[in-house]
Ligand binder design. Structure first.
Ligand code: ADP
Ligand code: MG
Length: 246
């Protein structure tokens, strides 16, 4: 039986002024799994991520989400079909409270109509608190977003991404710039999120994702080097060579 793929790429290629950052990558992402895209700096991970999330279009090839070709869709339309991302750009309003930040994201989804009903507003409030509790910010709802520590801001970005109730959550280097302690709690959170939905995360620290991922996709010089379960990737000679000295 073939795997249930929520997302796949076909011959995905992206060039920047003649430089090929991603070359002919065809890979599938299984529904309900946690997949990590890894590779050394400059491997093309962020480029791949931006193509998967619709930040910019491919030069060639396509992204197919649940059998639907996403070519030509605008970035916000990716969210409508069920693909949400975190960390690629900051969507936090720094002067607003933590709760307001999530409420705004929820409102964007339900639309203006419901916003004016008091009951709907309270339901949004409850949902915002629920999401904030999930990401570990339940005790910080009234604080201003800019007062949060770095790791907490990233957790807030996840809550904002979750407001769209995505089928697929994309994260680019979720632990970048984090302390070891923040990193551990972010990893715990990612595992928890992955129990409920499909998660694809981009990371250059191989060790970090080996223990939590179901599948690994390795990029190198813009090409797909290997894909498989963590154990297979660990044993892969080409992957070892690429990571030597890291
Ligand atoms: P990674 O995230 O794996 O570190 P990137 O996808 O950011 O790698 O970059 C892959 C390659 O593409 C790098 O050599 C980078 O310099 C180049 N690149 C990425 N974005 C651009 C851009 N907007 N313009 C020109 N070159 C780019
Ligand atoms: Mg990157």
């Amino acid at each position: 039986m073939t795997a249930d793929l929520i997302l796949r790429t076909e011959n995905l290629t992206r060039r920047f002024a003649g430089f090929t950052a991603l070359n002919d990558v065809s890979v599938g992402f299984e529904r309900g799994k946690l997949t990590a895209i890894i590779g050394p700096n400059g491997a093309g991970k962020s480029t791949f991520f931006n193509l998967l999330s619709g930040t910019f279009p491919p030069s060639e090839g396509r992204v197919v989400f649940e059998q639907r070709d996403l070519s030509g869709l605008k970035q916000h339309e990716f969210a409508h079909v069920g693909v949400s991302k975190s960390f690629q750009i900051t969507n936090i309003f720094p002067a607003f409270s933590v709760l307001e930040n999530v409420r705004i994201a929820l409102q964007a989804r339900v639309g203006r109509l419901n916003f004016w009903s008091r009951r709907a507003a309270l339901a949004l409030d409850d949902r915002a608190r629920e999401l904030l509790a999930l990401v570990g910010l339940g005790a910080h709802t009234r604080r201003t977003a800019r007062e949060l520590a770095h790791g907490q801001q990233r957790a807030l970005e996840i809550a904002i991404a979750l407001a769209a109730d995505p089928k697929l959550l994309l994260m680019d280097e979720p632990t970048a710039g984090m302390s070891p302690e923040e990193t551990r709690s972010m990893m715990d959170l990612i595992v928890q999120l992955a129990a409920e939905r499909t998660v694809v995360l981009v990371e250059h620290k191989m060790k970090m994702v080996m223990g939590i991922s179901d599948r690994i996709v390795v990029l190198h010089h813009g090409e797909l080097l290997a894909t498989g379960k963590p154990d297979d990737i660990r044993a892969n000679d080409e992957v070892k060579r690429v990571y030597l000295g890291q």
